[in-house]
Design a protein around this ligand. Structure first.
Ligand SMILES: Nc1ncnc2c1ncn2[C@@H]1O[C@H](COP(=O)(O)OP(=O)(O)OP(=O)(O)O)[C@@H](O)[C@H]1O
Length: 235
């Protein structure tokens, strides 16, 4: 199992943002859904080692997020919700910088592959600050997959993309999900139906559904995912 989460909690001050959640994820795309403020980004930040949990444990690729943070970071590619980028760097320069951090051998070959995979070709000679939002998302994705990690954590990777870009990025995420474990946070139900094998719905820090899409529909009289989401997060 690529990701195992056991009773993971995060308390900010007096607020419990994530409440002892447990789940597993293996190869494929796991949709991580929930209303604003449900605890999705907080969970992703704990799994990637950006913030420590208050309680509980998790392993990524068999590595403990608290005891083996470097091994976890080597195994994981992370696209944070805010997609922070070095806007003064050229696309290739930024990828080269990330390749250096990961000490990749044959970096130029890998950078060329990732530019091709993320469709950055036509814009590769620009500075990141000159790119449109969709192309910046592609740079964020390219950085996340550059070291060919087994696990990808993508926090709303398609927010703000136009319909053409949406289709291309979703195709890429589906392709990645054939060989990797991908956790995808999104508010777009159509996207979940297009790319996710399994779905977790989180509400107020608690998991309220963890199933395949087909099972979720079966259990809810074949209702749309949107209706199921509304029912489970307003209960
Ligand atoms: N650094 C922080 N300090 C205090 N509270 C925080 C902090 N980060 C998040 N929270 C709170 O924790 C809760 C969960 O936030 P989180 O960002 O994980 O939600 P989310 O499910 O990702 O939401 P969204 O869909 O809006 O991105 C929210 O109530 C939020 O205000």
């Amino acid at each position: 199992m690529s990701i195992q989460v056991a009773a993971l909690s995060k308390v900010y001050g007096v607020q419990k943002a994530v409440n002892a959640i447990s789940f597993e994820a293996k190869t494929g795309v796991l949709g991580f859904l929930g209303p604003n403020g449900a605890g999705k980004s907080t969970t992703m930040k704990m799994l990637t080692g950006y913030i420590p949990p208050t309680d509980g444990t998790a392993t990524v690729n068999g590595f403990d997020i608290i005891k083996q943070p470097l091994e976890v970071k080597r195994s994981i590619g992370y696209l944070p919700e805010s997609n922070p980028l070095y806007t003064d760097m050229y696309v290739k320069e930024a990828l080269d910088f990330i390749a250096g951090i990961h000490q990749l051998h044959d970096a130029n070959k890998r950078i060329a592959e990732v530019i091709e995979q993320t469709g950055l070709g036509p814009e590769q000679h620009k500075k990141i600050g000159q790119l449109s939002k969709g192309y910046r998302q592609r740079v964020g994705l390219a950085q996340a997959i550059l070291h060919d990690p087994q696990v990808l954590i993508l926090d709303e990777p398609t927010s703000g993309l136009d319909p053409n870009q949406l289709i291309e990025i979703r195709q890429l995420i589906s392709e990645l999900g054939r060989s990797k474990t991908v956790i995808l946070s999104t508010h777009i139900m159509q996207e979940v139906e297009a790319v996710c094998n399994n779905v977790i719905i989180i509400n107020k820090g608690n998991i309220v559904a963890n199933d395949t899409l087909a099972n979720l529909r079966d259990k809810n009289a074949n209702a749309s995912l949107e209706s199921i989401f509304i029912k489970l997060t307003n209960a």
